[in-house]
Every structure is written in C-alpha cells, then in structure tokens.
Design a protein around this ligand. Structure first.
Ligand SMILES: Cc1cc2nc3c(=O)[nH]c(=O)nc-3n(C[C@H](O)[C@H](O)[C@H](O)COP(=O)(O)OP(=O)(O)OC[C@H]3O[C@@H](n4cnc5c(N)ncnc54)[C@H](O)[C@@H]3O)c2cc1C
Length: 504
C-alpha cells in the first residue's frame, strides 16, 4: 500500500478512509499489536498527544470518526492564550503564568477549576512556542488583550490568519513523519464504540466500527480526545439543561467520549457553569439552526441606538454595558435565552447599520425576507407579531424615552441618542446559543478519568472539550482557554505517560 500524505488533506483521505500506511497495518494487526497509546479523536488534543508520544518511541494508534484529522480546528476561530511566550518576550511584553492564572480566575469569578487551569496556563507558553517554532504565524499585531471576550490584563491572546486551520496546518505537518515512519497509525471514518476492561477495571482495548465491520484494538493507555457534545441536541439538553439552539459545532462533536467514559465508571460535572453567548439571528426556528447574522452588540464596536427586551417586554441590561461577561450573564435569566432588539424608523435611518456585514438597505430587505425581522406600524402590533408582551414593551419604550429626555436611564445606560417614537417600528429577534459544551468528564490533576469515589481508571485519560468548557473557563468565556488547554493537555500526556519504560 502506498503511503499517503496528511498534507493532502480531506479530499485524499476521504477517498481512502485511511491515512498512512500504518492504518493498513493497524487492521492487519488488530488484536495482535498492543499499542502503547490509543488516541480516540484526531483533533485539537489528540494530534499533539500522538506527535509527542511518538517522539518518545511509543507505538500510537489514533482513531477518528471523521474522514479527516483536525476535529473542531476546521471551524474554530483558533484563538489561543499563553503567557511567557517567546513572541511576547521579543516584543518586550513581561507576562507570567501566574498572572494568566489570576486573570482566568478573575474573569470566571472563581468558578473555573483551579487545578486544571494551573496545569493549562503553566504549560501554555511551551505549547505556543512549539507551534511558532514549527511554522505557526500569529497575526502581525498580536498578541492582543482580547476580542469578543473579557480582556486579559496583559497582551497574551493570539491567533493565525486562518483561525483553527492555521494551527491544524502545523499539526498535520508535524504528525506526518511519525506516520511515515510507522510510529503512528491513523484510522479515519472509524468511530470508537466501546471501551473493553479487564477484571481489574483497567482499559484493555477499544472496539471500533468501520462500515459494517467491528474490530478490537488493544492498548496500554487510552486517551479520550473525542471532543464535546455540542452537535448532539439530545445529549446537549440532558447535560447542559437547556435546548441546543445553534448549529455551529463540529458535526462529530457527539459526546461519544462522555458515553465511553461513563461506561467504565466515569462521571460528568460542571452543569452549573452553563453559559450561552449573547445571541445571534439564527436561520429559522428549526433548532438547532444555523446562524444567519449577528447584530453588533459590543459597544466598543458600535454604540447602541436600540433597546433590548425579553419576551415580557422588559429591558434586562443597559445596552451599552461594556462588560462581555455581564451581558452574557444577563441573558441567562431571560426566558428561552431570547431577546429582541427594538428600534424605530428614525433610528434605522440615522444609526450606523447594526447587523454585521449588512448595509442599511439589506437590513430593510431582511424585514420582508426573514421571520426574525419584524416590522409594524404600532408598538402593540410589533409586540403581538414578535410574541412579546404588549404592555411590557409599551412600558419599556415609554420608560426608555423618558430617560432619553431626562438624560438619565433607569438601567444606567449612557448612550441615549434618540427616542423610539416614529413608525414603522422594528424588532430583530436574538437567540442565545452555544458553540462549546459546558459539562465534561471528571478527571484528576494527572488527567486520569476518575470514578465517582475519586479513584482513577488507571490507564484512561481525557483531554480537550471532553473535560467541559466549565472546567477551564468556569461560568464565563475566557479567551483562548479551550484550544490552548486542549493542545497542551494532549502534549503533556504524550510527553508524560509511562510508555515502554520511557518516562518524561
Ligand atoms: C466555531 C467555533 C469557534 C471556536 N473558537 C475558539 C477559540 O477561538 N478559542 C478557543 O479556545 N476555543 C474555541 N472553540 C472551541 C475549541 O475550538 C474546541 O473546544 C477544541 O478545538 C476542541 O478540541 P478537542 O480536541 O476536544 O475536540 P476536536 O478538535 O473536535 O477533536 C475531537 C475529534 O474526535 C473525533 N471523534 C468524535 N467521536 C469519535 C469517536 N466515537 N471515535 C473516534 N473519534 C471520534 C472527531 O471527529 C474529532 O476529530 C471554538 C469552537 C467552535 C465550534
């Protein structure tokens, strides 16, 4: 069989179903070879684990349900945070892992897991330096303090021109030699369906499915790196406790790792940390729905001319609230994570267009084309059409208009350019939704999956989103605290697992 190149990417691998000559060997050897490490999921966490374990001489098998490696890196913005990097030093930025730790705990209001956060930030710079040493290029003006999330106290936030794909390009390149040399076997379109244990409860093997065939691979260590559950609406609702409104995750993020971990006694944690983003205009009401557009609700980018109301017609946050976290937290207590952005004709005419990427004319056209854009001649009619309580909306608009006249807003809003008085009136519906999974499999500080009483499943590890966004970010969104920890934990496991007598 000819060796295939990872660099060729999805097209070649999709056709083959496999990557690397080792994959054929893997099947031939199924049941015979005992791998040092089986990595379930060739994504953000899994690929670094395979690269670093192979570099120590380990025999690695990496299995993925998809027909390409990369996982969520194909979609991710790929924003990373790391303190004490070579890039920072070259720019004269003095930073430290402990300052990074303090920021994560401050932004998460103390809700993140300090042990895992410490492990992630203490080792983030080495991960980031490794990436840049191997060809990753951050955007020219990076690092920055923040974007789209609460800012850090120091510039330690970076990403590449192609987001997650800029990272994946490096990982592909660095994995390929290990595949060529037969140290890593990669098998695509091969979902793992079960973990098999011995009498002691240790993991002995994994069962995989490929087409109609089922095969068993034996391994000394098994790493669950198969991502979150954001594309599994049933599991999402069961674990997060809210409906899965948005469809913007990696399709293979089905929560398989959670099911696999729980099948051998693992348990999940972090439901209390659920947080949605501050909402988007989705394609329709068929949830989970794709994103249609986003109103610019970040006052640092566009000051609000409109008001935000919930289904009761109540304003629930000053619309020019500068804190990302306060805005996101305020949406949590609104019915169905839903609100409407309400304005009138004068505002539509005078304000900078509010829907990202839309001209004023395109916004006007959307009121004839999309059911979440609602237009009416009176406020009561607008409320009725939108599904907002009529009296509530009228009260809120009167109250807001009084605040504009008196230059004093009840919620403390400072940007008060215009009253809402002139028909037609407009409302654009917004829906809070998630791109990541909050709840995750419980692990200890060595990333060992643990059972309910705290004892580890000796040779089973987990890394990446499978740990739950709520562990590394708590009930908040902390910039770069998913991609960087995923890669870092994968790397650390690859470097530290006791393999063939080789210990880091
Ligand atoms: C749109 C978007 C933007 C984001 N932006 C950022 C950002 O800027 N910064 C940040 O820090 N985080 C961001 N995130 C989150 C971050 O990208 C993810 O949390 C992270 O990439 C997940 O890494 P992972 O290794 O856990 O999973 P993945 O990278 O998804 O890898 C998991 C792999 O497991 C495979 N798999 C699944 N089930 C099985 C199975 N049964 N058997 C075998 N293989 C299986 C999948 O196919 C996949 O390849 C974003 C997420 C999204 C969706």
């Amino acid at each position: 069989m000819k060796r295939r190149s990872f660099v060729a990417g999805a097209a070649a691998s999709a056709a083959a179903g496999w990557l690397g000559a080792g994959a054929a060997r893997a099947w031939a050897a199924a049941g015979e070879t005992r791998y040092d490490l089986i990595v379930i999921g060739a994504g953000t966490a899994g690929i670094p684990a395979a690269i670093f374990a192979a570099a120590r001489g380990a025999r690695v098998l990496m299995l993925d349900a998809a027909n390409d490696i990369g996982g969520t890196l194909h979609l991710s913005t790929g924003q990373m945070s790391a303190a004490g990097t070579k890039l920072q030093a070259s720019l004269g930025i003095r930073d430290s892992a402990s300052a990074h730790f303090d920021d994560v705990m401050r932004i998460s209001k103390g809700t993140a897991d300090p042990e895992l956060v410490r492990l992630a930030v203490d080792n983030a710079a080495t991960t980031f330096d490794w990436l840049t040493d191997h060809g990753f290029e951050a955007l020219p003006d990076h690092p920055v303090l923040g974007q789209g999330h609460e800012p850090y106290s120091q510039k330690r936030y970076y990403w590449g021109a192609e987001g997650g794909r800029s990272i994946l390009a490096v990982l592909r390149r660095e994995l390929q030699p290990s595949v060529d040399q037969g140290r890593v076997d990669v098998s695509l379109s091969t979902p793992v369906t079960a973990l098999l244990t011995d009498d002691a409860g240790d993991i002995e093997a994994v069962r995989v499915k490929s087409g109609l065939a089922e095969t068993v691979f034996r391994g000394r260590h098994v790493l669950l790196a198969c991502g979150g559950y954001v594309s599994n609406p049933q599991l999402f609702e069961r674990l997060s406790g809210v409906r899965d409104y948005g469809d913007n995750g990696y399709p293979y993020s089905q929560g398989a790792g959670i099911e696999l971990g729980m099948s051998v006694g693992g348990f999940v944690r972090g439901r209390e940390n659920y947080l949605s983003n501050f909402g988007s205009i989705l394609a329709d009401d068929q949830f989970p729905a794709k994103m249609f557009a986003r109103f610019v609700v970040i006052p640092q980018q566009r000051q609000p001319w409109e008001i935000f109301v919930n289904a009761r017609g109540e304003r629930f946050i000053r619309e020019d609230e500068p804190s990302f976290d306060k805005r996101e937290m305020s949406l949590l207590s609104q019915p169905d994570l839903r609100y409407w952005i309400v304005f009138d004709e004068e505002i539509l005419t005078a304000a900078p267009p509010g829907v990202g990427g839309f001209s004023r004319e395109e916004i006007r056209e959307a009121f004839d084309a999309h059911t979440w854009f609602i237009k009416a001649d009176t406020l009561p009619e607008l409320a009725a059409k939108a599904g907002i309580e009529v009296a509530g909306l009228q009260r809120s608009v009167e109250d807001y208009n009084r605040g504009v006249t008196e230059r004093r807003d009840r919620l403390g809003r400072e940007h008060l350019p215009k009253k809402i008085v002139k028909a037609p009136f407009y409302a654009i519906r917004h829906q809070g939704h998630s791109t990541t999974s909050t709840v995750g499999l419980a692990v200890n500080g060595a990333l060992n999956v643990v059972r309910a009483r705290g004892e580890p499943v000796r040779n089973l590890y987990a890394a990446g989103e499978l740990l739950g966004a709520g562990q590394l970010m708590g009930q908040s969104f902390v910039g770069g605290m998913m991609v960087t920890p995923a890669m870092t934990f994968g790397r650390l496991l690859g470097q530290r697992l006791p393999i063939g007598g080789v210990h880091a």
